[in-house]
Design a protein around this ligand. Structure first.
Ligand code: SF4
Ligand code: SF4
Length: 226
């Protein structure tokens, strides 16, 4: 004799019926772990090995004929673990605010709002004095992706670009600005050799490595900008 299907409880039904239109009823948790993450394949293998312990995770809600009783839980014949376990990443280094925005967007089924704007805009919105305009220090804020809340300018220090370049940053204009406040061309370029100097728009501005790359590209018949 086949097992009777399990009907959704009154509590399940109240959550299900409450989730309509703009109202989302989600229960979840976010874990922040340290150390080297597993590969996606390793994670999938681990979850698969433990999935039998929580049969509900493989089930879906199935309406009953004529919908005259509560729906039932039923094994999902098309269950696809890779649809449920996915890999996504914030732009490095990422911030707690960005993580919150991402998780909220995920639960609401919308795209996360991670604006590609410069640290300068955060700096202006928060009313911090501009250390670059004052000529007191160099600042990579104009070419660096926002997200940190302009922490360094808040303390009177220039941004050193740890959030990485924003889309299509005008690095050469900033190098020229650094030269105008008294840096040599080499010194101005070296301001981009920080945490994210591996990022192409910044790497191209660094004098020594930039020259080496140009030479390598020329010997291969390529373009140093690619
Ligand atoms: S201090 Fe830096 S981040 Fe702030 S407005 Fe000036 S250049 Fe931009
Ligand atoms: S160095 Fe990093 S934390 Fe500091 S202002 Fe720039 S992006 Fe923000």
């Amino acid at each position: 004799m086949s097992e009777r299907p399990e009907r959704l409880s009154a509590s399940d039904m109240s959550s299900l019926l409450a989730e309509r239109g703009p109202i989302h009823v989600n229960v979840g948790a976010a874990l922040i772990l340290e150390g080297d993450p597993p590969t996606l394949d390793e994670l999938l293998e681990h979850v698969e090995s433990r999935l039998a312990l929580v049969p509900r995770f493989r089930q879906r809600v199935q309406a009953t004929p004529l919908q005259i009783t509560n729906p039932v839980w039923a094994d999902d014949p098309g269950f696809d673990l890779e649809w449920h376990v996915r890999h996504v990443a914030l732009p490095r280094p990422g911030s707690t605010d960005q993580l919150r925005e991402f998780l909220g967007a995920l639960l609401a089924g919308r795209r996360p709002f991670l604006p590609d704007e410069a640290v300068c805009l955060e700096c202006k919105r928060r009313g911090f004095p501009c250390v670059l305009v004052s000529g007191a220090t160099t600042c990579l804020g104009p070419v660096t992706r926002a997200g940190c809340g302009a922490i360094c300018p808040a303390f009177g220090r220039g941004c050193y670009g740890c959030f990485g370049p924003r889309e299509q940053p005008n690095v050469s204009a900033l190098v020229a600005q650094f030269e105008r406040i008294g840096l040599s061309a080499d010194e101005a370029g070296r301001r981009f050799a920080g945490f994210t100097n591996g990022a192409e728009p910044f790497r191209a501005a660094i004098p020594i490595e930039g020259a080496a790359r140009s030479a390598a590209a020329a010997s291969e018949g390529g373009d140093a900008r690619n």
